[in-house]
Design a protein around this ligand. Structure first.
Ligand code: NDP
Length: 348
């Protein structure tokens, strides 16, 4: 059956609060361009970046159907998309195939995406699980490899006892990206300290593999981290909170350590005087997932590995809630209000 001409979705005509997310029932279904496939979305992942586009922190042209990831079914392919586009160990792209993707314009019933972004969902994983784990899971996996430099999961036969890996600190370790980071760092043998706001979130962070948790709403994070590490500080800090935590990062990082600021949940970090990095030879990074999965080879290799980690249960995703697409504003309010743990999904 060919796709309809119009569809429902969320349109942003002017940036602002959650009222900027307008439910529309007469959006045009995108016409396929060369190299694209049309996906009927089933689950759309809510990510903090969606709030940056909504508020205008990240600039783009309007009107905009935002949303960076979803999973669903291919319903049409541009004639230029051939089966040779996909590696031989993956099913060919065809109508009816379940796929997940990271691409633009996901807050809608249908999304046209480059065929190179369509990742076939393995039989053992549900569409919901993959929609809930793709963007944040790939963020964590690329960061563990390319920021922390941890090459492979440690041997499971060697899991007893205290890890010999680096000290790693994950802010918001009960959140979406933080949950994935804490689990993956633990799987790779790091000594993981997680921060989280409040006792319930601290428990989630602990279940995510943080051997030490610090309640960022009740404790002095810098003092606790120094105490936990015997005054040494941590080798790598993953900070998606940004403005509110950056100064503490510079205090908590060990000599020759890495501070990776990867988000702005509390606001963007103001410009930094690089001379401040010299006292401890700190490496300061601002990593972005999208720049680690530019080529199809990079994207496919990391996605394959993430799916294996999910299939073997080494990494799990906790879905905080599933809302109808038209209630996306509720999701943004909860995310920005620090009310969520794990992943928020939208059902289309
Ligand atoms: P989360 O589920 O982690 O939600 C954000 C969390 O940040 C909150 O739950 C809260 O946890 C913490 N937080 C601390 N201070 C604030 C504040 N003032 N306002 C809001 N939240 C606060 O969201 P995501 O997993 O979607 O994203 C987390 C971060 O990672 C974001 O900054 C996002 O932009 C970034 N990101 C970056 C990527 C990249 O490629 N660079 C890719 C993916 C995500 P608590 O209450 O426990 O402190």
């Amino acid at each position: 059956m060919s796709p309809p001409k119009t569809m429902s979705g969320i349109l942003i005509e002017e940036t602002g609060g959650v009222e900027a997310l307008q439910w529309k029932t007469d959006l045009p279904v995108p016409e396929l361009k060369e190299g694209e496939v049309l996906v009927r979305n089933e689950f759309v992942g809510v990510n903090y970046i969606d709030t940056y586009f909504r508020t205008g922190l990240y600039k783009t042209s309007l009107p905009l159907v935002t949303g960076k990831e979803a999973a669903g079914v291919i319903v049409a392919l541009h004639p230029s998309v051939t089966t040779t586009t996909n590696p031989s160990d993956q099913p060919s792209l065809q109508e009816g195939l379940r796929v997940a993707y990271i691409a633009d314009h996901a807050y809608a019933e249908y999304t046209a995406i480059p065929s190179t972004c369509a990742s076939p969902i393995p039989a053992g994983l549900s569409t919901e699980t993959v929609a809930a784990s793709l963007l944040q899971g790939l963020t964590a996996l690329t960061f563990v490899r390319e920021v922390a430099g941890l090459a492979r999961p440690r041997d499971t036969t060697h899991q007893l006892g205290v890890s010999e890996g680096p000290w790693a600190l994950v802010h918001a370790a009960a959140g979406g990206a933080g949950s994935m980071l804490a689990q993956l760092l633990a799987v790779h043998g790091a000594k993981v300290i997680g921060t989280a706001g409040g006792p319930e979130k601290c428990e989630v962070a602990r279940r995510n593999g943080a051997q030490w948790v610090v309640d960022s709403k009740a404790e002095d994070v810098v003092a606790r981290v120094k105490e936990i590490t015997g005054g040494r500080g941590v080798d790598v800090i993953f900070d998606g909170v940004g403005k509110a935590t950056f100064e503490a990062d510079l205090e908590m990082v060990a000599r020759k350590g890495t501070v990776a600021v990867f988000g702005n949940a509390s606001g963007p970090v103001p410009p930094v005087d690089v001379l401040r990095l010299g006292a401890k030879n700190i490496k300061l990074m601002r990593p972005v997932l999208f720049a680690y999965i530019v080529t199809k080879e990079e994207r496919d290799a990391y996605t394959k590995e993430l799916f294996e980690l999910l299939l073997t249960g080494k990494v799990n995703v906790k879905v905080h809630g599933v809302y109808p697409l038209k209630d996306v504003g509720k999701g943004h309010t909860e995310l920005e209000g620090r009310k969520t743990t794990g992943k928020l999904l939208l059902k289309v």
